[in-house]
Design a protein around this ligand. Structure first.
Ligand code: 5AD
Ligand code: SF4
Length: 477
């Protein structure tokens, strides 16, 4: 198959941070692409973070606008796009596995078009591997050019070549793109894109570009529309939402945004992800003052050891982290705190790992995503010497998870016999005749009920059982 390379990724270019203000692009689609997808079905498989879920909703919006219909049989759709994640090796392995399955499907149906999008193509080695060994992939597109999807599909159909466009730039801000949202009561709202933190283990600043904030007017307009459509909950998205506004010409920060969003009438506001260094007093005060800002914070700590934190380039210490959460707990006493932790960072000693365990006990986390460090080509940590065996890394993860799981359980136990408000998502997988949803503290709650008209409503539930991964309760009349 011949290749059309509009642009190839470069980690070196992706590392650059140049202009202060990045351009805002208003989405439009050229007339000639508007019927490209007529009588064709599409499927998007999404991996990784909520940012990718939000991006998939935009890609779905763009595809439906040009005529595609969502497939009821995703593995056999006319167009299949994998929206990928590059954060850890195991995330990538899963995706290579799905691509293997799709290769078989394409053999049965040669007209099927297969695309790979998201963070993986932003890595040079991945895109080179696709070009060398994955001939059945028709389209390779990165994180910065979703708006070019119609043009790239058009090229792929017209030329029958493999079309590659992966841009390694600081990125732009895309506004006015159509979206097909997965939920009718909960919505993702991007407030910023990219990351400038450059934690030494992390590939995201290379795959997602420079930190860039959407204009507050665009965010408020989007949320006001969501309120008018009956949405109950929004989750504000960014790699480091606490840095929101730093790149804007006007002085306007994340805390200011929370106060303004609270006035829109949306009932629940969540946000993710935060960086401890940038969590400021105004944000904490807003969490106290704004009724709609939920009493849950996901604040990744990564390690409890100061030397490891320094080598990770996290720019805070154990002491600063504890001080911040104590300060926030004074304002929001019932706060549910969750975190991310990495074990087995290069040359992490047993003592350094023990400091992480100590932190987990002291910080009283009610949940954590825990990971074994994964080497990412092109990041500074990838060239750090590492003498920890795989076996030892797995042992540390298991030990850590014992403490973390206790935190989950304690976090549920504190609601026993209390009445909590649950935003109902739908039927639960926890048993026949059960439904489920989340509380303000982001606790998954199952309850006996079969009334589908409650989906998207906030109901009162009395908690009767606390398990590690969820709570069980009874619907109050
Ligand atoms: N290895 C392991 N975990 C990582 N994370 C980011 N990069 C890596 C890596 N190379 C984790 C961090 C981050 C979360 C989204 O993923 O904990 O907060
Ligand atoms: Fe990665 Fe650190 Fe940015 Fe989070 S803050 S996306 S861990 S570089």
């Amino acid at each position: 198959m011949k290749n059309i390379k509009f642009a190839m990724p470069s980690l070196k270019d992706a590392r650059m941070r140049k202009s202060k203000i990045v351009p805002t692009i208003r989405y439009t689609v050229e007339e000639k692409y508007k019927t490209l997808g007529l009588n064709k079905s599409y499927a998007i498989f999404t991996y990784g973070c909520q940012g990718n879920e939000a991006d998939s909703e935009v890609m779905a919006g763009i595809l439906e606008e040009i005529g595609y219909e969502k497939s009821s049989d995703p593995m056999n759709a006319d167009l299949v796009i994998l929206n990928t994640c590059a954060i850890r090796e195991n995330a990538e392995q899963r995706i290579w596995g799905v691509l293997g399955q799709l290769k078989g499907k394409k053999r049965e149906n040669p007209d099927m078009l297969i695309g790979i999008a998201g963070c993986m193509p932003q890595e040079e080695n991945t895109t080179n591997k696709i070009l060398e060994s994955y001939g059945f992939i028709d389209l390779v597109i990165g994180t910065h050019n979703k708006n070019h999807l119609p043009k790239l599909l058009f090229e792929a159909y017209m030329t029958k070549a493999k079309v590659v466009e992966v841009i390694s730039s600081e990125g732009e801000i895309l506004e006015d793109a159509p979206k097909v949202r997965e939920s009718h009561h909960k919505a993702w709202v991007n407030i910023m894109y990219g990351c400038d933190e450059f934690c030494t283990y992390c590939i995201v600043p290379y795959t997602r570009g420079k930190e860039r904030s959407r204009a507050k007017e665009d965010i408020l307009k989007e949320v006001e529309e969501l309120v008018s459509l009956g949405y109950k909950e929004i989750t504000l998205l960014g790699q480091n939402v606490n840095a929101y506004g730093k790149d804007l010409e006007v002085k306007y920060t994340f805390g200011d945004l929370l106060y303004d969003l609270d006035k829109t009438g949306i009932q629940r506001i969540r946000y993710t992800t935060s960086h401890p260094r940038d969590l400021d007093e105004l944000t904490m005060q807003a969490m106290h003052d704004c009724k709609s800002v939920m009493p849950h914070l996901h604040l990744p700590v990564q390690s409890g050891d100061n030397e490891i934190l320094r080598r990770m380039n996290r720019k805070y210490t154990y002491e600063v982290y504890m001080e911040k959460i104590n300060q926030l707990r004074k304002l929001v006493p019932d706060l549910a705190l969750t975190t991310d932790i990495i074990v087995g960072f290069p040359n992490e000693t047993k003592e350094q790992f023990a400091n992480t365990l100590k932190l987990v006990q002291n910080a009283k986390f009610e949940g954590a995503y825990t990971f074994i460090y994964s080497k990412r080509e092109g990041t500074p940590a990838a060239s750090m010497p590492d003498d920890i065996t795989e076996e030892e890394k797995h042992k540390r993860l298991e030990e850590l998870n014992i403490y973390v799981n206790q935190g989950y359980l304690e976090g549920h136990k504190r609601f026993l016999n209390q009445v909590v408000e649950v935003l109902v998502d739908g039927p639960s997988k926890n048993g026949e005749g059960m439904m489920c949803g989340y509380t303000p503290h982001l606790k998954l709650t199952h309850f006996k009920c079969e009334d589908l008209s409650l989906i998207g409503q906030i109901v009162k539930i009395k908690i009767t059982e606390a398990k590690t991964w969820f709570m069980i309760g009874e619907l109050c009349e």
